[in-house]
Design a protein around this ligand. Sequence first.
Ligand code: 2AM
Length: 192
Amino acid sequence: MSLDSRGEKARVFFALWPDAANAARLHAIAQQWHRSLGGRVTREDTLHATLVFIGDIALDRLQSLLDLAEGIQTPSFDIDFDARGCWKHNHIAYLGMRQLPEALQNLHFELAARVGEAGFSIEKRPFSPHITLIRKAACDNAARDISINKNPAEPVTWMVRDFVLVKSSIGANGSRYEQIGRWPLLEDKPTS
Ligand code: 2AM
């Protein structure tokens, strides 16, 4: 991809991306919910949790996002996606977390600060990490469905070892996501 194409724009965001095993677990949950909620299940290969949403930017500004991500020095962490929900205002059925890990909050804060300092305008809504499992969901059915509200399944525990920058475009089969950068988080050093 050319980073200096004049006038061209890209829709971008930083995200956490599950490994194949967790993506498969998340997808299985989505398919189970789909029976009562209907709507459109997120494709398995596009499941993610947005860290910092940037939106449309000129392509020639992508490089500064790649550069600022290089300097992130925050530790890796585990998260439990253990909260199920369905937002009525946008019909999104999602998995979130009951407790926001401090390390995740710090990673979001650090990235958002750098993105802001680099001159991008970023989303001002409070950080609400989630994985969208279904769009156009019939959320009213979620309240009646014990599999969503009263009978929480095992959490999907996710070892977060890196984060990615994603470029999204709309294609015939829905959103197409291309990972254009991936950065490791700091690993705990083994004690000797
Ligand atoms: P969603 O799944 O809740 O729609 C690509 O669109 C990713 O960016 C999705 O995870 C989407 O969240 C998120 N996203 C889209 N618009 C956003 C916005 N204005 N603020 C924060 N996140 C947004």
